[in-house]
Design a binder for this molecule. Structure first.
Ligand SMILES: Nc1ncnc2c1ncn2[C@@H]1O[C@H](COP(=O)(O)OP(=O)(O)O)[C@@H](O)[C@H]1O
Ligand SMILES: [Mg+2]
Length: 441
């Protein structure tokens, strides 16, 4: 009976539709069967020609629904038919999506032909698994990047933010993670990137071999806000599909800031009041809903999430950065001054935290990591004086040691883009570096 009912509801027989009565900025007003339209519902506006524009219901004014388009509004007139889709929008990812590049609607955009569809539909806007029945974050995850593996060890199912200005090396770091991580699948969402950067990322950074184990979702900066926002949702829906197949998934998103900006654009168009930096209240309710979808699931599969946050002008207290920092299980700070002196990845270890750290790393190496951090902190405190030549060697044994260890530690933290490393070799190398100074003494 139930199956039959489902089949009947799937039938395409009746088209319920309304009419376009107005366009205001990015919003289209639709009059018609208001009872059949709910927030989030899909509506297709027919422009008369062959062009149809998929839209989403954002809100209501008076007797009309306000919808936003997933494409440009050219050709929309008063009186156009607006057909109400009878089911929520869904995607059907499957194994064959690996190695493919899709847009926010889940359509292939890599010219490699049609995309096979999986058996189970996934909603774009899923809710995270219930907190009480969720597993705890699992065993350590080998990220393949030495600086992160040793100083900011992560667990399977952990969610981290990368905070950096533009041009500091986020994209390169993400591609290193996608290629080297010890996870079955990487799902990469490029949200609001410049079109030129997309090809560079796919070809130069990620490469054939990286792409083969990844699914890439792209919405460039020129696409409508709804597409940019949905690309972020889709990235997580695909990750959830693979998680439900009991796989360990690495979900990378570049950047959450552009997702927040898309939500701001949608909110402002719908008449929400702007608050901090023009961000509307829904930005701060949507962020946790998105980011919480990463993490452990109910079964064996996990989604480890790494989300970049733009901190323009290196303002780390900007509202989106603040909100994201509060939601995630740690943050990785990339610093322009480090990139400028040519040390990549430009991670400032002292300013970064992994909140699972004492549990996630090998306890035998905890003292080593602690000491390396101390040495780096000592050097950072004295850096100015040392550079100016105002520090006289021999004044402090502690500083002398920090000076001697500075070069080897910098070399340890830097990693070429094509270099792969492992969790255990990182700890061992760090141990070696610290020991080398002890024997010198
Ligand atoms: N690991 C690395 N090794 C060498 N150069 C790097 C590395 N990471 C970044 N770079 C340099 O930094 C530049 C900017 O990096 P990119 O990842 O595009 O920055 P962002 O995404 O933060 O804007 C790259 O073009 C490259 O020259
Ligand atoms: Mg980039």
């Amino acid at each position: 009976m139930k199956a039959l009912a489902e089949q009947i509801s799937d039938l395409d027989g009746v088209n319920i539709y309304g009419r376009v009565v107005g366009v205001r900025g990015l919003m289209v007003e639709i009059a018609g069967p208001i009872h059949a339209m709910s927030v989030g519902a899909r509506i297709v506006v027919e422009t008369g020609g062959s062009r149809t524009i998929p839209c989403e219901v954002i809100g209501f004014t008076g007797n009309n629904a306000m919808v936003m388009p997933f494409a440009g509004l050219e050709g929309v007139r008063r009186g156009c038919r607006a057909v109400i889709a009878n089911s929520a929008a869904q995607v059907r990812p499957c194994e064959a999506w690996l190695g493919r590049v899709v847009n926010a609607l889940g359509e292939p955009i890599d010219g490699k032909g049609p995309l096979p569809q999986g058996p189970s539909p996934m909603a774009f806007r899923n809710s995270p698994p219930p907190a009480h029945s969720r597993k705890r974050v699992g065993v350590p995850l080998d990220l393949g990047v030495r600086a992160l593996n040793t100083f900011l060890t992560c667990c399977r199912g952990q969610r981290m933010g990368i905070f950096a200005g533009s041009g500091v090396g986020k994209s390169v770091l993400l591609s290193m993670l996608a290629r080297n991580v010890d996870a079955a699948v990487s799902v990469i969402g490029l949200i609001g990137e410049r079109g030129r950067e997309v090809q560079e990322f796919l070809q130069d950074d990620l490469g054939e071999e990286g792409l083969a184990r990844s699914v890439v979702v792209i919405a460039t900066s020129d696409e409508p806000a709804l597409m940019r926002r949905q690309a972020a949702y889709l990235t997580l829906s695909i990750a959830e599909y693979f998680r439900d197949e009991d796989k360990d998934v690495l979900c990378l998103m570049d950047s959450v800031t552009r997702f927040a900006m898309a939500q701001r654009e949608i909110g402002l168009s719908a008449g929400e009041p702007p608050t901090a930096k023009g961000y509307t209240p829904t930005v701060f309710t949507e962020l946790p809903k998105l980011l919480e979808r990463a993490g452990p699931g109910l079964g064996e599969g996990t989604i480890s999430g790494i989300f970049t946050v733009l901190v323009d002008g290196d303002d780390h207290n900007e509202p989106v950065a603040d909100a994201v920092r509060g939601i995630l299980d740690g943050h990785i700070v990339m610093q322009r001054s480090i990139a400028e002196r040519g040390r990549y990845p430009a991670i400032n270890v002292l300013k970064s935290v992994s909140r699972t750290m004492p549990r996630s790393c090998d306890p035998a190496y905890l003292p080593v990591i602690k000491r390396a951090r101390q040495v780096m902190a000592t050097y950072a405190d004295m850096e100015e004086l040392i550079r100016l030549g105002a520090y006289r060697p021999g004044s402090s044994a502690e500083v002398d040691e920090a000076v001697r260890l500075h070069e080897p530690l910098e070399a340890f933290l830097s990693q070429r883009k094509d270099e792969a490393t492992s969790l255990s070799s990182g700890y061992a190398q760090l141990d070696q570096i610290l020991k080398s100074v002890e024997t010198e003494r």
